[in-house]
Write a protein that binds this ligand. Structure first.
Ligand SMILES: Cc1cc2nc3c(=O)[nH]c(=O)nc-3n(C[C@H](O)[C@H](O)[C@H](O)COP(=O)(O)OP(=O)(O)OC[C@H]3O[C@@H](n4cnc5c(N)ncnc54)[C@H](O)[C@@H]3O)c2cc1C
Length: 349
């Protein structure tokens, strides 16, 4: 079979077999993973839930991980990270993404408005270290806010499929009752399992997170392995509750939004050698400086995890805005979103 395929590949040069398979069905291509939208649902006013069928190259994911989704918007390929919300044990090459439309965002608003059954998206293999440990902990607490529900719901659904016999509590925050994602799913999970309890809090009426909420739903929270994903305010408040209780090592987190990065030194010139642009170094990450110069480099998470914005720095020194590390090698790959120039820098962009 392998020989036949490579023979076909040679006969079909210069285009390769994928070029022809794509004409029959985009999901038949072998060199990359693709996804076809099979269902579109609007659970709340500002979210869209997409069921995707994946091409044969898909290798499966572990609950809590994310995928990079690519979509062409006005002729430009845009890539963003999304965390599947379903169980990792679902074995029908189908995943479910729930995407909140950022009022100022490009890709989330586009998918919210335009995603339709049969739309084909690019999709990466899964990535990320936000995962449940093996063996599963005896007590698990999940805390989510808004669209941050996706990776932790995936973990909970995975535990359900494993007939988890420990103790799990899922505490979900939304602004109002109308904003709660997956209410019926979570309620049904709690009803069908003695191990799972679920609680919802509506911040507009019931206030924001305090550790008293944890005392109320999971008095044992200080001993539990806890998985948290939500908006920055919730993440900050939960982190500080765990730090105050001296149990920060039990808290595992996933961030959807980039941290606010400070401005670095402003000396020097940034040259974008491929496009021919240049500007005085503003001290901001190179992705922002490129955008300020009118360029539109490929990017994804804007926080250094997805590597979509990797470009070659041909000369100069940059500082990693997250770690402070300097790197001054010639012709090295750097992530534009978290690299701040230190003096003159040339980027092949
Ligand atoms: C690991 C991971 C998993 C994720 N999973 C999910 C998920 O399951 N569901 C979900 O809804 N989201 C998820 N996200 C968030 C998602 O990847 C996108 O960030 C989100 O959908 C917004 O993308 P966008 O293209 O609509 O917005 P963008 O166009 O990227 O804009 C995002 C924000 O950045 C601002 N911005 C844009 N350009 C600039 C600029 N030049 N300078 C400064 N600010 C700018 C915008 O004003 C906007 O508020 C996840 C993120 C990560 C990192």
């Amino acid at each position: 079979m392998a020989t036949l395929t490579s023979l076909a590949e040679r006969l079909l040069t210069p285009h390769g077999i994928d070029r022809y398979l794509e004409l029959v069905d985009p999901l038949l291509v072998r060199s990359e993973t693709r996804a076809r939208v099979t269902r579109v649902e609007h659970q709340t006013r500002d979210t869209v839930t997409l069921t995707l069928t994946l091409s044969r190259a898909w290798r499966g994911f572990t609950a809590g991980q994310y995928v990079r989704v690519s979509v062409d918007i006005d002729g430009v390929r845009r890539t963003r990270c999304y965390s599947p919300a379903g169980s990792q044990h679902r074995d029908d090459r189908t995943i479910e993404l729930t995407i909140k439309a950022d009022p100022e965002g490009l890709v989330s608003r586009y998918l919210h408005r335009h995603a339709r059954p049969d739309m084909v998206l690019g999709i990466s293999q899964p990535d990320g270290d936000f995962r449940l440990p093996e063996p599963r902990p005896d007590t698990v607490l999940f805390i989510s806010g808004g669209s941050g529900i996706t990776p932790v719901l995936s973990m909970l659904r995975t535990l359900r499929d494993e007939e988890y016999a420990g103790r799990a509590v899922f505490l979900h925050y939304a602004r109002t009752a109308a904003d709660v994602l997956y209410r019926d799913t979570l309620t049904a999970l709690a009803a069908e399992s003695n191990a799972i309890d679920v609680a919802f809090r509506h911040t507009a009426e019931q206030g924001r997170f305090t550790s008293a909420h944890l005392d109320a739903v999971a008095p044992w929270w200080r001993e539990a392995e806890t998985y948290l994903c939500g908006p920055p305010g919730l993440m900050r408040a939960v982190r500080s509750a765990f730090a105050d209780a001296g149990v920060g090592e039990h808290l595992h987190t996933e961030e959807f939004t980039p941290p606010a990065l400070g401005t670095g030194d402003t000396g020097g010139t940034v040259r974008f050698t491929r496009s021919g642009g240049q500007m005085s170094n503003s001290g901001r990450p190179l992705l922002e400086q490129a955008e300020a110069a009118g360029l539109r480099p490929e990017h994804g998470c804007r926080m250094g995890i997805c590597f979509s914005c990797t470009q070659v720095k041909t000369s100069g020194c940059v500082r990693n805005a997250l770690t402070g590390e300097l790197s001054a090698e010639q012709d090295e790959e750097i992530q534009l979103c978290i690299s701040v120039p230190v003096g003159d820098v040339d980027i092949n962009c």
